[in-house]
Design a protein. Structure first.
Length: 131
């Protein structure tokens, strides 16, 4: 028996069908907040996609500060570097990211790892600080 790989579908459409759609037509398959964001900024998103395709042809990295852009089907497979306020975080766009914003994949706050308390931070270490 052959195990068939399940094809990814987004709201009942395959990726090939979604890539044929315009950015505004794709927005009809999203929830209201993402749909409104795309409809307000579709010119900027289309300009970003065309510029990034030109950069891919020249083997240049795609860098952006635009964390509010919504991932569209034409972006699938692109390696985009998204600014998180400190540095550029490299992200490869996959099918599961459709409809999400860039900022969700480049976290601005790092994980906190608490170490030992410093001298003077606790009551027991105040005696040590006076010596």
């Amino acid at each position: 028996m052959e195990v068939e790989k399940k094809q990814f579908k987004f709201k009942g459409k395959t990726i090939e069908e979604l890539k044929k759609l315009d950015v505004r037509e794709f927005s009809k398959f999203l929830k209201s907040k993402q749909r409104r964001t795309i409809l307000r900024r579709f010119n900027e998103i289309e300009k970003f996609i065309s510029k990034s395709k030109a950069k891919i042809a020249k083997n240049k990295p795609i860098k952006t500060h635009r964390r509010e852009f919504v991932v569209t089907p034409e972006m699938i497979g692109m390696k985009i570097q998204i600014y998180n306020g400190n540095k550029f975080v490299s992200v490869i766009i996959t099918e599961e990211m459709l409809g999400h914003k860039f900022g969700e994949f480049a976290l601005t706050r790092g994980r906190v790892s608490h170490g030992k308390a410093g001298v003077g931070a606790t009551k027991g270490t105040k005696a040590l600080a006076k010596k």
